[in-house]
Design a protein around this ligand. Structure first.
Ligand code: PEP
Ligand code: MN
Length: 337
């Protein structure tokens, strides 16, 4: 911690601060400037009592941490990129992965048609929501276990691993029994007990960014997964809420190089929730690839106009096929396969 003292304080006031720093188990190191004195308090902030309360002292101007608050998700802890294995599919390796499928699983025909089309177009993981977090309680809440069963049927038929949302601690065992990746949604991004429970299943976890979450908070939420003994974490940027109304959310592509710098975990982009508009999805995907994302999570529906959720942002099967073809040169340019 760095403790900055106010100018023109007495020696007695200064000595009191030094004494307190020592009492809390740190070694103070004084840096005397012309105007101000700065004290570097040396010691591990994670194991010692916090020095933050020194801010309440009248002679102290500011107290700043030097160490990052996250550890296991950080690049320092693991300099190489982590690769998350999902039933033989590597996320975070050289191969760029595309997870695609409907926002919600609606019925067998809808899911199978979509699974076939996304597989043919080159997707490597099938998405589909069975438990849906809806803003209104009167909207379609998902098929629940029936949806999970349909997903596993599609997995068998098309040999695609499946990703689906885990909405509640109540469903952990149920969803983990079926899913290959547990998606933690935006609304649950800081539901720490859910993150711990998801981590303890040992399944790969895809952690969406919360609607108004800072990147540091997102990394710290990810820290809950790793510190619960599960290294198979993927971050997923899906747009944050801003003042803009032309898009549903503002897709923060800067988060890609930032997560890459700060963390070794893969970063996935969801351009569908990230824009809320099917006509923007292809452009967002190209941007994501160019920024260095490891994978995409795209909503695809055979007939978006009749979708039971998120109709405006789901791309058609045809649009998905051409999007995948258009992405190819971008994937190569980003030095991925
Ligand atoms: C979804 O993927 O359909 C979804 C609900 O995502 P988010 O949590 O990002 O809103
Ligand atoms: Mn959706």
């Amino acid at each position: 911690m760095i403790v900055v003292l106010k100018p023109r304080i007495s020696r007695k006031e200064e000595t009191a601060v030094l004494r307190e720093i020592r009492r809390l188990g740190y070694r103070p190191h004084m840096i005397r400037g012309v105007e101000r004195t700065v004290i570097g308090a040396i010691g591990d902030e994670r194991t010692h009592q916090t020095l933050e309360t020194l801010i309440t002292w009248p002679q102290v101007e500011s107290v700043m941490p030097v160490q990052k608050r996250y550890k296991l998700v950080s690049r320092e802890a693991h300099p190489d990129d982590s690769i998350v294995m999902v039933r033989g599919v590597e996320v975070g390796g050289r191969r760029f992965q595309v997870m695609a499928g409907p926002c919600s699983v609606e019925d067998e025909k809808q899911l199978m048609r979509t699974a076939q089309a996304v597989k043919d177009a080159g997707a490597t993981i099938l998405r589909g929501g069975a438990f849906k977090p809806r803003t209104s309680p009167y909207e379609f809440q998902g098929l629940g276990e029936k949806g999970l069963k349909l997903l596993t049927k599609a997995r068998r038929e098309f040999d695609l691993p499946i990703i689906t949302e885990l909405l509640s601690e109540q469903h952990v065992d149920l969803v983990a029994e079926y899913a290959d990746i547990l998606q933690i949604g935006t609304r649950n991004a800081q539901n720490f007990q859910l993150l711990i429970a998801a981590a303890k299943t040992g399944k790969p976890v895809l952690l969406k960014r919360g609607l108004s979450m800072r990147i540091e908070e997102w990394l710290l939420a990810g820290e809950y997964v790793l510190s619960s003994g599960n290294p198979n974490l993927m971050f997923c940027e899906r747009g944050i809420r801003t003042f803009e109304t032309y898009t549903r959310n503002t897709l923060d592509l800067a988060s890609v190089p930032i997560i890459k710098r700060e963390s070794h975990c893969p970063i996935v982009i969801d351009p569908s929730q990230g824009s809320g508009r099917a006509d923007l999805v292809a452009a967002m995907c190209k941007g994501a690839v160019a920024m260095g994302a490891d994978a995409l999570l795209i909503e695809v529906h055979p007939n978006p106009a009749e979708a039971w959720s998120d109709g405006a942002q789901q791309v058609t099967l045809d649009a998905f096929r051409s999007l995948m073809a258009d992405l190819r040169p971008f994937i190569q340019a980003a030095d991925r396969e």
